[in-house]
Design a binder for this molecule. Structure first.
Ligand SMILES: Nc1ncnc2c1ncn2[C@@H]1O[C@H](COP(=O)(O)OP(=O)(O)OP(=O)(O)O)[C@@H](O)[C@H]1O
Ligand SMILES: [Mg+2]
Length: 312
C-alpha cells in the first residue's frame, strides 16, 4: 500500500437520517483531513454530527455521499482493509457484562483473526491499568474501568489510528488525567488519534488540530494555537499598593477595581501589555503583582458556536 499523509481524508460527506416523515441532516458537505501522527479533536455541541462521522468510519452508519480514505484506503472499495487500520472506542459503554476483560480482549482478537501467539491481551490489559480486574466480570467494573477496557478492545489489532468518541465522559478528574497520559503515550508511539470531547480542557491539553462542527457543518478547522488566537480579548490584573479611582487614561479600556485589584480587558491586536504598564507608570500607580490570563479554547468555542450558556 502506498504511503499516506492523512490517516483520515474525507471529502464532501453527507448524511441525512430519515425516519418516517422526519429528516435530520447530520453531516453536510463535511470535509476533514487528519494528519498521520497527530492528535485531532472533533468538537461541537450535542447533535453536531461527531458520532455520525465516527460511525461512518466504523461502518455502523452508511453515508449518503462523499469519499473517505482511511490511511490511504477507500472505505467503499477497500472496506475490510481500511477497517483494520482503525480502532474505535464508541461513545456508549457497550460491554457484555458477563465477560471478563481478559475474555473480551481474546474474543475481539479472535474476531480480527489474530492468532493466539500474536495476541497481546495481557500487555494491553496492563497498559490500560486493568491487571487486577482482568478476571472480574465486566459488570463489576466501574464506569472509568469500562472505558479503559473499551480502549483496550480498540487496540487489540494494533491499529494505525485510534478514534475515541468522548473517551472521558463521566470519568473522574484523576482518571481523566491518567487517560490523557495514556492517549499521549499511544500517540508518541506512532498511533494517530482522533477524539471527540465536550471537555474543552481535554481538547486543549491533548489536541494539536481541532475541527469544530455545528449542525453537521464545519465552522472551524485549524491548529489549536490558531484557534486560541482568534480570541483577541485578553485580561490582566494588577494588585495595587493602595485603593484608587480609575484614572481617565485607563477609561478607554474595560476596567474594574475590586479590593485593590485592578482588572483590565484589552484587545491584544490593538495594544500590548507593555503599553498598559507604561500608562500605569505614567499615572504613578504602584502595584505589587501582575496576573495575565491566557484565552481558553472554551472562549473560542462559545464565540464560534454562539453557545451562551456555560459549556461543559
Ligand atoms: N440513528 C439515527 N437516527 C436518526 N437520527 C440520528 C441517528 N443518529 C444520529 N441522529 C441525529 O443526527 C444528528 C447528529 O447526531 P450525532 O450523534 O452525530 O451528534 P454528536 O455530535 O455525536 O452529539 P453528542 O455530542 O450529543 O454525542 C442529531 O440530530 C441526531 O439526533
Ligand atoms: Mg456523539
Amino acid at each position: 500500500m502506498s504511503d499516506y499523509i492523512y490517516s483520515i481524508d474525507a471529502k464532501e460527506v453527507n448524511k441525512t437520517f430519515k425516519k418516517k416523515l422526519k429528516e435530520t441532516i447530520a453531516l453536510k458537505n463535511f470535509n476533514i483531513q487528519i494528519k498521520k501522527g497527530s492528535i485531532h479533536g472533533l468538537l461541537g455541541p450535542n447533535g453536531a454530527g461527531k458520532s455520525t462521522f465516527i460511525n461512518i468510519l466504523g461502518g455502523l452508519v452508511k453515508k449518503d455521499k462523499g469519499n473517505i480514505k482511511i490511511c490511504g484506503l477507500d472505505i467503499d472499495t477497500e472496506t475490510k482493509k481500511s477497517k483494520f487500520k482503525i480502532g474505535i472506542v464508541p461513545q456508549e459503554l457497550n460491554i457484555d457484562p458477563f465477560f471478563t476483560p481478559y475474555e473480551l480482549l481474546e474474543l475481539q482478537a479472535g474476531l480480527y483473526g489474530i492468532k493466539k501467539n500474536n495476541r497481546k491481551t495481557l500487555e494491553i490489559i496492563n497498559n490500560v491499568g486493568l491487571t487486577d480486574q482482568k478476571d472480574s466480570y465486566a459488570r463489576t467494573l466501574s464506569g472509568g474501568m469500562r472505558r479503559r477496557l473499551l480502549i483496550g478492545k480498540a487496540l487489540v489489532h494494533d491499529p494505525d489510528m485510534l478514534i475515541l468518541d468522548e473517551p472521558t465522559a463521566g470519568v473522574d478528574i484523576n482518571l481523566r488525567k491518567s487517560l490523557w497520559e495514556y492517549i499521549k503515550k499511544i500517540n508518541k508511539l506512532g498511533t494517530t488519534v482522533c477524539l471527540t470531547t465536550h471537555y474543552l480542557e481535554e481538547a486543549e491539553q491533548l489536541c494539536e488540530y481541532i475541527t469544530i462542527l455545528n449542525d453537521g457543518e464545519i465552522i472551524a478547522n485549524d491548529t489549536k494555537n490558531n484557534l486560541l488566537n482568534t480570541i483577541s480579548t485578553k485580561k490582566v490584573s494588577f494588585f495595587l499598593e493602595k485603593h484608587l479611582a480609575i484614572p481617565k487614561s485607563l477609561q478607554k479600556f474595560e476596567c474594574s477595581i475590586n479590593e485593590k485589584i485592578l482588572t483590565i480587558l484589552y484587545d491584544k491586536n490593538k495594544i500590548n501589555l507593555n503599553k498598559i504598564i507604561t500608562i500605569l507608570n505614567e499615572e504613578n500607580i504602584k502595584f505589587t503583582e501582575i496576573n495575565t490570563y491566557e484565552s481558553k479554547l472554551e472562549d473560542t468555542f462559545i464565540k464560534l458556536t454562539n453557545l451562551k450558556e456555560n459549556y461543559d
